[in-house]
Design a protein around this ligand. Structure first.
Ligand SMILES: N[C@@H](CCC[C@H](N)C(=O)O)C(=O)O
Length: 287
């Protein structure tokens, strides 16, 4: 039998991940291996794959330099095998895994990501908060008076006005006109964003529901439509707040897979909170 590698399957608001421990840092995952693990038909299946590795064994210099602050590196891949800088829902699932395995024991600890150190805090058995760090508008120099800097083209619709944000990873948030139904929007096709982001983007479609409350669907870079996206939820809340004249510091974001909390912190930082569930453990071949 080919070498068997342990894995854990988990999700955060149904954004699901395959976690693969590499505690000695000697089993890097290739893009092909990650894509095979994420395949829902021939693999374990997930929106992403997370390698759990000591930060001290990271090969990327900007990650390695986080080793004095964060013991564990969330080495994140999208379902197509591409690397991503950050994953908000993934940080909670990663943290839940570290605690279950006894690799971290505190209620609050730092983890390393390609977008820098993130601090996670366990608020209760079903609620984990993560400081996503500093966010920024990606291209404020071209934003118009209504707060839009991009157009999103989606088959069958007039061009949709949007705002691009950097949460460590890229997001384009569409303010959906009232004439377009969020629930029935067809997200099978790739939305075309103009201007085209250099490294691709995650695209969120947002419907305001009331003060501090939005609904969102998302088409993730490197994946397709997912049932949730943590950094996307934060981007959607930040964009909606921006369009409302910077009003509202606490947001509820409903996604197809559940509910997330987003809070504005000091120093242009933003916090995401929600559940994390570890659903299965097993072994698989990584050939
Ligand atoms: N689902 C994640 C985001 C994962 C990475 C994303 N697809 C990208 O390529 O930037 C989240 O919860 O933030």
């Amino acid at each position: 039998m080919a070498d068997q590698t342990p894995f854990t399957k988990g999700h955060g608001t149904e954004n699901d991940f395959v976690l693969v421990p590499d505690l000695e840092g000697d089993r890097p995952l290739s893009s092909e291996q990650a894509a095979r693990l994420a395949d829902r038909h021939s693999g374990i299946g997930g929106d992403g794959v997370i390698r759990v590795v000591p930060t001290a064994f990271a090969t990327e210099p900007e990650v390695l330099q986080q080793a004095s602050t964060a013991r564990w590196f969330m080495d994140y891949r999208n379902a197509d095998g591409s690397t991503a800088e950050m994953c908000g829902n993934g940080t909670r699932v990663f943290a839940a895994y570290l605690r279950r395995e006894g690799l971290e024991t505190a209620n609050e600890f730092a983890i390393a990501t390609r977008a820098g150190v993130k601090v996670v805090r366990f608020e209760g058995p079903d609620l984990i908060a993560v400081n996503l760090g500093a966010w920024r508008l990606a291209q404020p120099h071209i934003a118009d008076a209504e707060g839009f800097d991009a157009l999103v083209h989606l088959d069958g619709h007039e061009p949709l006005s949007a705002l691009t944000l950097d949460l460590g990873n890229p997001h384009t948030v569409v303010a959906l006109p009232e004439t377009v139904d969020l629930e029935t929007l067809d997200l099978h096709r790739l939305p075309v964003v103009n201007p085209e982001p250099e490294h691709g983007t995650n695209v969120e479609f947002v419907r305001p529901m009331g003060a501090g409350h939005i609904r969102m669907r998302v088409r993730e870079r490197g994946v397709g439509e997912t049932r949730s996206c943590g950094t996307g939820a934060a981007a959607a809340a930040l964009a909606t707040r921006f369009w409302a004249g910077d009003r509202g510091d606490s947001w509820t974001v409903d996604v197809p897979g559940g509910r997330l909390r987003v809070r504005m912190l000091a120093d242009q930082q933003v916090e995401l909170a929600g559940p994390a569930v570890l659903v299965a453990d097993g072994t698989t071949s990584l050939v």
